[in-house]
Write a protein that binds this ligand. Structure first.
Ligand code: XMP
Length: 504
């Protein structure tokens, strides 16, 4: 398959370049700078060199031998590195130029700048700056502060910009990337994630020739789509397991099972509510709750695996950002996967992760093509340990019911007002603090329900959703009227960081 390589030098925006290319219908992959082979493989029709946290004098080297092999777009650090090592010069500065700047196009006939107005806003984030261009290059754009905001050397298929076209604040960033990908690399822009289903299924079939596969289905989109692909590939050798922990949202089990049924995904339901509740009895410490839930989950899974003969594979819904975060990228942070960690080794199972190459929105597109209902695809993310991390203090069946009811009323209110799909994640939290209220002529002391709704793209950062007061007060009114033992409803307006999305 023809593709674009984005070579990662450690910029926080590297993965965003991959996303942008794919949004433009070009299949792209991130390649850490230290993994560059000497020759660019034939299927790679173009490369983008990312920015970096480093400055040119101390940062990682570019694969200089690639210049001229394929059309290349160098961004920020990479533009500077190529200048510094190609006969030009870069001045180091300790003042960082960060934020918007106005760029003026000097070469409107350059294919990179085709259709872009002569003046527009770009996003800068650099401290070094180019003071002399590499040999053979000409400037194509400048700003008031820097003379070489962009340069090119068409004879060597090299294009460079000192700003970040991949961020939304660069008004014509997408147009510039499109020009590079379509006009300079010759990509057609016709790649679509859902067109890969047949290839994925064929690959899975080949990779899993015999033996049974197990998959823990959580009701989330990723595990469901991964399961659907494997089920398509190996049919009845696939076994889906859905564990009812007793910590699911109201109606969740029925909704999820109905969705699985609608796409003929076979699943065994394991009723384990009592097991979870008795293990959680008296436990109030958040991390302890998580550990207990994780441990029981693994125990159940082991029991199920041992009951079935010839289980060889464990299917997981790991997606591209998880893979990159776990070490494929340069600015990697190790993230432990919550799902069923440790199991593959313990049971000597082979991990099967069909979604490793896909972003979340692409997984949704695959799910839609595989027939999952829209209401299922629009569901908000839900943590593995379920309502346990939203019930502060002890988790008891009574408190679970109280929270389920409040959460359901909140989500129903959002749905009726058209806000459910406009917020990234919304939920209620049960706070074990007694506060005073009046009911009839008497004082009452009940617990607090906190409502949380956040805007986010990946859960790494978040801001409170600006829900209208009418929607919030309607949710509060219904919760206070219909959920016993709640005397107060509050709205959480904390950003992440420093707060997290969940309360525990
Ligand atoms: P935080 O609270 O870390 O949440 O800001 C970020 C995103 O991750 C979800 N989350 C979890 N998911 N197991 C999970 O599978 C967990 O223990 C867990 N804790 C948080 C959270 O719902 C949000 O979408």
């Amino acid at each position: 398959m023809e593709k674009l390589w984005v070579v990662d030098f450690g910029s926080q925006y590297s993965l965003l370049l991959v996303r942008r290319a794919r949004e433009l219908g070009v299949y792209a992959e991130l390649l850490p700078w230290h993994s560059c082979p000497p020759e660019v493989p034939p299927e790679v029709r173009g490369v983008i060199f990312s920015g970096s946290y480093a400055s040119v004098s101390e940062g990682p080297p570019l694969p200089a031998s690639w210049i001229g092999q394929r059309p290349a777009l160098a961004i920020c650090y990479s533009a500077q590195w190529l200048a510094a090592h190609g006969g030009g010069a870069v001045a180091e500065s300790h003042a960082r130029e960060f934020g918007p700047a106005e760029v003026t196009v000097l070469e409107p006939d350059s294919p990179l700048w085709k259709g872009i107005p002569s003046r527009s806003q770009v996003w800068m984030s650099h401290s070094d700056t180019i003071t002399a261009l590499p040999k053979g290059a000409l400037p194509t754009a400048r700003t008031d502060k820097i003379p070489f905001a962009a340069y090119e050397d068409p004879a060597r298929q090299l294009y460079a910009v000192q700003f970040h076209p991949e961020v939304a604040h660069t008004t014509y960033g997408k147009a510039l990337l499109q020009n590079f990908l379509y006009h300079l690399c010759g990509f057609s822009g016709s790649w679509r994630p859902e067109d890969e289903i047949e290839t994925l299924v064929a690959e899975l079939r080949q990779a899993m020739p015999t033996g049974q596969a197990l998959c823990a289905l959580s009701g989330g989109i990723d595990s469901t789509v991964a399961a659907l692909l494997v089920h398509r590939a190996i049919g009845e050798r696939f076994h889906g397991l859905f564990v009812d922990t007793g910590l699911l949202r109201a109606e969740e089990k029925n909704q999820v099972l109905a969705a699985y049924k609608s796409v003929d995904l076979p699943v065994t339901v394991i009723e384990a509510q009592d097991r979870f509740f008795s293990a959680l009895k008296g436990v109030t410490e958040p991390e302890k709750k998580r550990q207990i839930i994780g441990r029981i989950f693994i125990e159940i899974f082991e029991e199920e695996a041992r009951q079935r003969p010839d289980v060889r594979y464990l299917v997981q819904g790991t997606i591209y950002p998880d893979v990159v975060e776990s070490g494929a990228g340069v600015s990697a942070k190790i993230k432990s996967h919550h799902n069923v960690g440790g199991l593959p080794d313990k049971l000597s199972l082979q991990l099967v992760e069909p979604l490793r190459r896909f972003f979340k929105d692409e997984v949704r597109a695959l799910g839609a093509r595989l027939g999952l209902p829209t209401s299922f695809l629009e569901r908000h993310p839900f943590p593995g340990p379920g309502l346990a991390v939203r019930i502060l203090g002890e988790v008891t069946p009574e408190r679970v019911v109280r929270l389920q009811k409040a959460d359901q009323l909140f989500l129903e209110t959002l749905q009726r007002a058209g806000w459910y799909t406009r917020t990234w994640q919304a939920f209620a939290v049960l706070v074990p603090q007694r506060t005073v209220g009046v009911s009839g002529d008497n004082r009452s002391y009940g617990e607090i329900i906190a409502l949380r709704a956040v805007d986010s793209t990946d859960g790494m950062t978040a801001a409170p959703t600006f829900l209208p007061y009418e929607v919030l007060t309607e949710a509060a009114r219904r919760i206070l009227a219909e959920v016993p033992d709640i005397t107060r409803v509050v709205y959480d307006i904390s950003t992440k960081p420093p707060a997290t999305i969940e309360w525990e």
